[in-house]
Design a protein around this ligand. Structure first.
Ligand SMILES: Cc1ncc(COP(=O)(O)O)c(C=O)c1O
Length: 440
């Protein structure tokens, strides 16, 4: 028999990516949210400095999105999309391709960033097979990359704690070196000057494995979950050129950088690259209903359309691919983004954000500050023998003082909703300055 728990007991929920015992001894809970703010059960207001988990780009509980979800739940709760369809999924896909980079006219729906990554990796493998290049089976990721928690994403990912517990992972995967180099690039504003040549690491892997065995390279345009690693100037274009040269597909994992985070609709627009596949999730529904969207370029989609028309063209999909309520949420979200100009709003805010962020440079233990679009990161000198504690202590103190930040290792990441005003940016940094000054 199960232990009988009170309904408000914290014990039953095994929380993800959490120190469960520590959390439950001193929980941090929200019960409400509106716009830029969360509210705790005792009514305390907390600035959402992280857009939830990098997903609530338009701010919380936005009326258009709420109304779309409510209406859809009352009209058509579920309909599958295997050999059947429903109108909202088609409408959402058409609306999404309208904001996607040129040449991306097809969307495959998933339920999360992790599933978008698995979908993209499978799409890349199947693409080469469909083109008659069945020996192209290797997948290349990058050290310190984060591509979710399923087996493909974990394997191409490069964060040791996310990998070491889980066996030998997917075979045939290799990694580019990461681009983080504080010795040359500390306190860079925007894209760092040094390191474009690190893209040539792909040539090293081609020399090792041969291009005839490599299907795809997957990278985040900005590697956010690992601690905001911003690509050096020219790096992504150079990587793209090497991919083209060797007929290797480039997958841009834009789960965070899509939908306005950098001041352009997609990160690929910002960096001027043309990947073959783009993965998204999070901001596609403003975090309200789980949904991911994988954008296939015309070239990739066309490769799947050469068999008989009665044959299934991609043996892949999820029960909830294009779920009606998620599709409605995506449409309500796009309406909000477009009406409020949120896909480009950050371009007018980024320099103010940068200025306030870099003013923290002289705070104790700060060894780097970096920023791009409406993303910021502060890296702290780790405490001897206690890695992660310095950042964690500042995260807890910030929460107590009314600001939600996110930490990974000894790095603090900031990514507020794109609706934030200049005076709210001031509020955020006033709290943070106080926290950094006073936390031992
Ligand atoms: C670049 C990237 N890919 C994939 C994922 C995984 O997304 P999810 O947690 O929705 O599975 C994330 C999540 O942060 C991400 O940042």
């Amino acid at each position: 028999m199960n232990v009988q728990l009170k309904t408000n007991d914290l014990e039953a929920f095994w929380m993800p990516f959490t120190a469960n015992r520590q959390f439950k001894a001193a929980p941090r809970l929200f019960s409400k949210a509106e716009g830029l703010y969360y509210f705790t059960p005792d009514g305390r207001r907390v600035i959402d400095g992280t857009s939830g988990l990098w997903c609530v780009n338009a701010g919380h509980c936005r009326p258009r999105i709420v109304a779309a979800i409510k209406e859809q739940a009352e009209t058509l709760d579920f309909a599958g999309t295997f050999q059947m369809g429903h109108v909202k999924a088609f409408e959402a896909a058409s609306r999404l391709v309208n904001v996607a980079p040129e040449g991306f006219n097809h969307v495959f729906f998933t339920n999360s960033g992790s599933e978008s990554v698995e979908t993209a990796l499978k799409m890349a493998l199947a693409y080469h097979r469909a083109k008659g290049n069945a020996s192209k089976v290797r997948l290349i990721g990058r050290e310190r990359g984060y591509h979710g928690v399923n087996f493909g994403g974990m394997s191409v990912g490069g964060m040791v704690n996310n990998r070491k517990w889980f066996g030998a992972l997917v075979a045939g995967v290799d990694h580019l070196r990461h681009t983080h180099d504080l010795s040359r690039n500390a306190f860079s504003k925007g894209e760092p000057e040094h390191g474009a040549e690190l893209a040539d690491d792909l040539e090293r892997l081609v020399a090792l494995h041969d291009a005839s065995t490599i299907a795809a390279v997957i990278v985040e345009p900005v590697a956010c979950s690992t601690g905001v690693l911003i690509p050096p100037k020219g790096y992504l274009k150079r990587l793209e050129a090497i991919c083209r040269k060797h007929d290797i597909l480039l997958i841009a994992d834009e789960v965070i950088t899509a939908f306005g985070r950098l001041g352009t609709a997609f990160g690929s627009d910002y960096f001027g690259i043309k990947p073959d596949i783009i993965t998204t999730a999070k901001g596609v529904t403003n975090g309200t209903i789980p949904m991911g969207a994988v954008f296939a370029s015309d070239k990739v989609f066309a490769a799947f359309q050469t068999g008989p028309d009665w044959a299934i063209d991609f043996f892949h999909g999820y029960t909830y691919s294009g779920h009606p309520i998620a599709a409605a949420a995506a449409i309500g979200t796009l309406d909000t983004y477009v009406e409020e100009g949120l896909l480009t709003r950050v371009s007018g805010l980024a320099s103010y954000w940068e200025e306030r962020l870099h003013a923290l440079r002289e705070m104790p233990y700060v060894i780097d500050i970096r920023n791009i679009g409406l993303i910021g990161a502060i890296e702290f000198e780790p405490l001897p023998d206690l890695p992660t504690k310095r950042a964690y202590d500042r995260f807890v103190r910030a929460f107590e003082k009314g600001l939600l930040v996110r930490t990974t290792g000894d790095i603090m990441a900031l990514s507020p909703p794109l609706i934030i005003s200049k005076s709210q940016i001031d509020d955020l940094f006033d709290i943070l300055t106080d926290v950094l000054k006073t936390t031992p």
